[in-house]
Write a protein that binds this ligand. Structure first.
Ligand SMILES: NC(=O)c1ccc[n+]([C@@H]2O[C@H](COP(=O)([O-])OP(=O)(O)OC[C@H]3O[C@@H](n4cnc5c(N)ncnc54)[C@H](O)[C@@H]3O)[C@@H](O)[C@H]2O)c1
Length: 447
């Protein structure tokens, strides 16, 4: 099947590469010429495990190509997936790129013969596909339902494991309003054999927001419990939440009935959620509800708890250290391990707050150091290696649980630091080993 992907970000490019890997002919369209240039050479433009190898193989096989011109990709495509960004505005989702991409696709299809489906993969407020995208597509293409189907097909992949997620989707949600569009999208995804959920476009949009809102709620719930544990001398939130995980209703993972389900990774004390999805999607959903006069007290509280997490790190440090004039290492800048994505990263917020409190901030990240240095210009010095950040530091904050940071040797860390005060904001370090070597301060436990 010929497939056009509009937008070559984590969602579009990983989807495109995996769809090409199962035999479809894919053209990726992006307005960024640097990005299309790299993709055309088979090079991944961002860090995502497994993507470089997959991309090279599908580009070499001629099954994935890249272009800056939508018309080249869409005219003979049976399915067109719109995967452009929908960034936060502060009070909802910015649909500028989605509108522009829809209009470009539609203009390219004017006068086209045959039948094709355009599906929105971007995460958008409920109603957007029917009320915004479809009218633009129909107006600029002049095509009716007999030659142009419109659908909504939200994406659930997780950055860092995006290739594996896309290769074996846990669900494929198809929001479609007619049988012909349904048949085209069903055959696109037939090679995966994953469960399919059929709903309306608005139902599909709501399903994506509901999913991210629930996961965000688990994170903030865990951090509310963590704050309570911190207020008493003898309750550790990590142990408390691991006891919750032992509930048989949270078990069953990858064919192992006794292993904790992966959802338990959202039920741990930490620095809160970041990244390009949870913060913006909870913001957009609450704004959408407010505009309809629907109260969202749970999600309002979820967002407030999350917003306060970086400040919590500072107050834990302040109890031990005069921040003005102190040198503080921030270990890890990406919003989570195995990605170079810094969007809405809590680590960046921690670095900024430390700087504002008068600390000298030295940050590190194994893959996002260059972009981190740009974002933190004038705030922190940023390196790829942890040792430079730790050298002579009065405190260190483990802000992103990169395996290379979790594997640091506490004896070496103690030798490097001026004062070996280590705040584990991700509860990723072994408390016994680290506690024996450094002043170990885990989030979620009384300090
Ligand atoms: N990143 C994730 O983990 C994830 C997961 C699920 C869903 N989503 C959603 O999927 C959507 C895309 O996410 P992303 O992280 O890939 O976005 P992104 O912003 O990182 O990438 C979008 C790409 O689209 C390109 N683009 C913008 N306008 C264009 C146009 N008119 N024509 C062609 N290309 C254009 C940009 O240059 C960019 O390369 C968002 O709505 C996001 O919320 C993201």
């Amino acid at each position: 099947m010929r497939v056009a992907i509009i937008g070559g970000g984590p969602v579009g490019l990983v989807s495109g590469a995996v769809l090409a890997g199962v035999g479809h002919e894919v053209r990726v369209v992006d307005i960024d010429p640097v990005r299309t240039g790299k993709i055309a050479l088979g090079e991944a433009p961002f860090h995502e495990p497994g993507l470089p190898e997959l991309l090279r193989s599908v580009v070499d096989a001629g099954r994935l190509t890249a272009t800056g011109v939508a018309a080249e990709a869409v005219v003979d495509a049976a399915v067109i997936l719109i995967c452009v960004g929908t960034p936060p505005t502060g009070s909802g989702a910015d649909l500028t790129a989605l509108r522009a991409a829809s209009a470009e696709v539609a203009r390219a299809l004017r006068g086209a013969s045959g039948y094709r489906v355009v599906a929105v993969k971007s995460t958008v407020p409920p109603g957007t596909t029917s009320e915004v995208v479809e009218p633009i597509l129909r107006e600029h293409s002049g095509l009716g339902a007999d030659s142009l189907g419109v659908g909504m097909n939200p994406e659930f992949l997780r950055e860092g494991v995006a290739v594996d997620d896309m290769r074996a989707p846990d669900r494929i949600v198809l929001g479609i309003s007619d049988d012909r569009a349904r048949a085209a999208l069903e055959s696109l995804y037939a090679p995966f054999g994953s469960p399919m959920v059929f709903t309306t476009p608005t139902g599909a949009e709501m399903a994506k927001y509901a999913s991210n809102a629930l996961l965000s709620t688990l994170v903030s719930f865990s951090n509310e419990i963590a704050a309570m544990c911190e207020s008493v001398a003898d309750a550790d939130a990590d142990a408390v939440l691991r006891a919750v995980h032992a509930d048989r209703r949270f078990k069953g993972h990858a064919g192992r009935p006794d292993a904790p389900a992966s959802i338990t990774s959202y039920l741990l004390p930490g620095l809160g959620y970041g990244g390009s999805c949870f913060p913006k999607d909870t913001e957009a959903l609450t704004a959408w509800a407010r505009a309809r006069g629907v109260a969202s007290p749970i999600l309002d509280a979820v967002r407030q708890v999350n917003a306060e997490r970086p400040e919590r790190v500072l107050s834990l440090l302040r109890a031990r250290l005069q921040l003005a004039g102190a040198r503080v290492a921030v270990l890890g800048l990406a919003f989570k391990p195995e990605t170079d994505d810094l969007r809405e990263s809590r680590s960046i917020d921690v670095a900024r707050l430390l700087h504002a409190a008068g600390a000298e901030v030295r940050a590190c990240d194994p893959v996002a150091a260059d972009e981190g240095a740009r974002m933190l210009a004038g705030v922190a010095t940023v390196t790829a290696d942890a040792e430079s950040a730790l050298d002579g530091a009065d405190a260190a904050v483990l802000a992103t649980a990169w395996p290379s940071l979790v594997a640091l040797d506490p004896v070496r860390v103690r030798a490097l630091m001026r004062r070996p005060l280590v705040l584990d904001a991700r509860r990723a370090l072994d408390s016994v080993t680290w506690g024996a070597q450094v002043e170990y301060l885990p989030i979620g436990r009384h300090a």
